[in-house]
Design a protein around this ligand. Structure first.
Ligand code: 16G
Ligand code: MG
Length: 559
């Protein structure tokens, strides 16, 4: 690092001293905390993004959001060149950067890291960063901090893309680095064109349309509803009513949104008896999660159609298209290529969904919680579908399967309208509709809508694919959650010794069909408990019993 760069960093960072006594960690999905604590962290994330851009010689994204957290929180995360999460290998550097106590220490850290990572700071490639933020009021001042961080690296160029959903920013970064069109309008065009293409390919679209009434969407009082208003108008004959946009009276994520609906199984604000029987969906605060639900006639409860059911719907559809290609292949050609279709879940996936997917003959694998793990695993397949029960997920298409489909497409173009040609076109349209960088509530919602039209299913038909096992989630506050180390995709506790045996004994003794695990949260200072059993009462009581075990072994942190 030359002297000019060093003094620029020293001067600029002196305006962003970290708050005293706060330790921040990059966590599962970037830094998150009360927004008033974050200016120095976001400034430093700006520096990190610029260094990452220099290292990869690619465009990097920086998103200011705290997703489904309360409106007074905020956060920041980095999108890597492929539009995915920041390489895990850089997370420890992110942590030390955020926690450096003064400008001298900060510059020393940067200097050491730049040397270790062999980052050339003047090789002619300027750092280039795309910036986005959600609708949080604190976003504007934090955006300014990010800009100052980026600008403290000589030559760095930044593009403020304005208020966006998190998946839009990830999409733009990926598109930019692939040399494709990458504005917000390009996103809307690509997604809406692919949706319309899928609808055109429905054998009897007008009949299907009649079966499907309006969709009502809860936008969590955030950015997702606002963007959906724009997108739906580009989708042609699609009837969506958007409630809880950011322009209304409601507070972001307060009693609304996908996280609330999925965890509480409760009606979001703005929905009521008038919505009984309608197909409803809910987005989270930055629109990277999607769940559907049905309002029940009696109380304020809902029938939840969660990420596992979205996954099942997608898996069925993709499998159907692949089967069409396979059948044709066996009869007429000797194409040696058989795409590997895989499904990725976490321990939170309802056991009934896993059984259903395995019954379909699908390859189902598990990873730890957090998009970075699921995404990585799904990318090992030709077509990898991943979803968390909370509604975050997407479908990844490998380069090889895309080339195969493109090649088939051009060979088949003479038999336009044939079954096989349509299946190829559908798969290609799905690959363009569904976000290849990260789970995206808006594109996921359009794919659900297209598949429901294709199958002619109501939300009731979809919901009845299988019946969820009753489940219960609890949080336990403990002294040190990092003392809990898990293995086997978080299904087994290996440390502290003895906890897993106690959980096993409790489960085996009283809950013959029970399943329970604990894991340290990556976003809150708690241990999470998940229990599943034959009845709701049993699931509740198993969760409570295991929460007690956790408390006994780990000590209460509520002193
Ligand atoms: C974050 C993760 C989500 C995960 C959740 C778990 C991303 C983009 N988001 O929201 O995938 O399900 O954390 O939270 O990775 P927890 O660790 O507090 O249970
Ligand atoms: Mg989110």
């Amino acid at each position: 690092m030359n002297e000019h760069q060093r003094s620029l960093l020293l001067e600029s960072s002196s305006h962003f001293l970290p708050p005293k006594g706060v330790k921040l960690s990059y966590g599962t999905a970037g830094f998150r905390a009360d927004a008033t604590l974050l200016r120095s962290t976001v400034y430093r994330a700006g520096i990190l993004a610029a260094l990452r851009s220099l290292k990869t010689q690619s465009v990097i994204g920086l998103m200011i959001t705290a997703s489904h957290n309360k409106v007074s929180d905020n956060g920041v995360k980095i999108a890597d060149p492929n539009g995915g999460m920041l390489s895990q290998h850089w997370e420890p550097f992110a942590d030390s950067l955020a926690n450096a106590s003064d400008p001298i220490q900060l510059v020393q850290l940067i200097d050491d890291f730049v040397r270790k990572e062999l980052i050339s700071m003047d090789n002619g490639y300027p750092a280039e960063i795309l910036l986005g933020r959600d609708t949080r009021p604190s976003g504007e001042s934090l955006l300014d901090a990010a800009k100052q961080g980026i600008s403290s690296i000589i030559g760095a160029v930044l593009h403020d893309m304005g208020i966006l959903t998190t998946p839009q920013l990830h999409w733009m970064v990926r598109a930019r680095n692939m040399g494709m069109k990458s504005t917000e309008n390009d996103y809307f065009q690509q997604v809406s064109n692919s949706y319309r293409c899928l609808v055109k390919l429905i054998p009897d679209a007008s009949k299907a349309r009649k079966l499907n009434d309006n969709l009502v969407v809860d936008g969590a009082n955030g950015v997702g509803g606002d963007k959906l208003e724009v997108l739906k108008d580009l989708c042609g004959d699609l009837s969506i009513e958007v409630r809880n946009t950011s322009n209304g009276e409601g507070v972001l994520n307060e009693g609304v949104g996908a996280d609330f609906v999925q965890k509480e199984k409760f009606l979001p604000s703005g929905f009521g008896q008038g919505d009984v029987g309608l197909r409803c969906a809910s987005l989270d605060g930055d629109a990277d999660r999607l769940v559907y639900f049905l309002v029940k006639p009696d109380v304020k409860m809902i029938d939840l159609v969660d990420g596992d059911k979205i996954l099942s719907l997608f898996a069925l559809f993709i499998k159907e298209q692949l089967n069409i290609l396979k059948d044709n292949n066996d009869e007429k050609t000797s194409d040696p290529y058989h795409p590997r279709l895989g499904v990725v879940q976490t321990a939170y996936a309802n056991g009934a969904s896993t059984a259903y997917l395995k019954n379909l003959g699908l390859d189902v694998v598990f990873t730890a919680t957090g998009v970075k793990y699921l995404h990585e695993k799904a990318s090992e397949y030709d077509i990898g579908i991943y979803f968390e029960a909370n509604g975050h997920g997407t479908i990844l298409f490998s380069d090889s399967v895309l080339s195969w489909l493109e090649a088939k497409n051009s060979v088949l173009s003479s038999c336009s309208g044939s079954k096989v040609q349509n299946a190829v076109s559908r798969l290609l349209a799905v690959s363009k509709l569904i976000n290849q960088a990260v789970g995206d509530a808006l594109s996921g919602l359009l794919l659900v809508e297209a598949i429901l039209l294709h199958t002619g299913w109501s939300i009731q038909n979809w919901s009845e694919l299988y019946k969820d096992l009753p489940s219960r989630q609890l949080k336990v506050k403990v002294c040190d959650r990092t003392a809990v180390i898990t293995a086997n995709a978080e299904t087994v506790v290996v440390q502290p010794a003895g906890i897993q045996e106690a959980i096993n004994t409790e489960t085996a003794a009283k809950y013959p069909h029970g399943r329970c695990f604990i894991r340290p949260s990556g976003t809150e200072d708690v241990i999470r408990v998940y229990a599943e059993a034959a009845t709701q009462e049993e699931a509740n009581s198993l969760a409570n019993a295991v929460a007690k075990i956790a408390d006994q072994f780990l000590g209460s942190g509520s002193s």
